[in-house]
Ligand binder design. Sequence first.
Ligand code: DQA
Length: 142
Amino acid sequence: MSELLLLNGPNLGILGRREPSVYGTDTLADIADMVADEVADRGWKVTSVQRESEGELITAIQDNYDTVGAIVNPGALMIAGWSLRDALASYPRPWIEVHLSNVWAREQFRHESVIAPLASGVVVGMGALGYRLAARALLAMV
Ligand code: DQA
């Protein structure tokens, strides 16, 4: 069975009750279900990992090189997560960066992503739908 890696960084485990006006009301479990629904016809399952620390996210990437592709929301690690960036550089499959909110419409410090230049694509500002769109993109790429 093929597995898609759904990787979420700091503060994304509390989606649903984290600033719902910014991030929506879907929980991370809801999002994992949505992604699983998108890829089910291809026979893919979803390995969903959320961690608060960069090191644990890196370990999750290294432990999942055999996945078909990944959807990555790095949270605020987009800004200066250089070790996360290096871990993703070694991930051997396509991966898509997702942000629920439109980071470009927010504070200046959210306008740079150190991981975006390595991503196969980036989905921003589409809320939970962005994860579905990223899953569809991976289906088309893999
Ligand atoms: C986020 C945007 C980041 O700037 C923020 O730090 C997050 C969530 C998003 O999904 O919109 O934690 O990645």
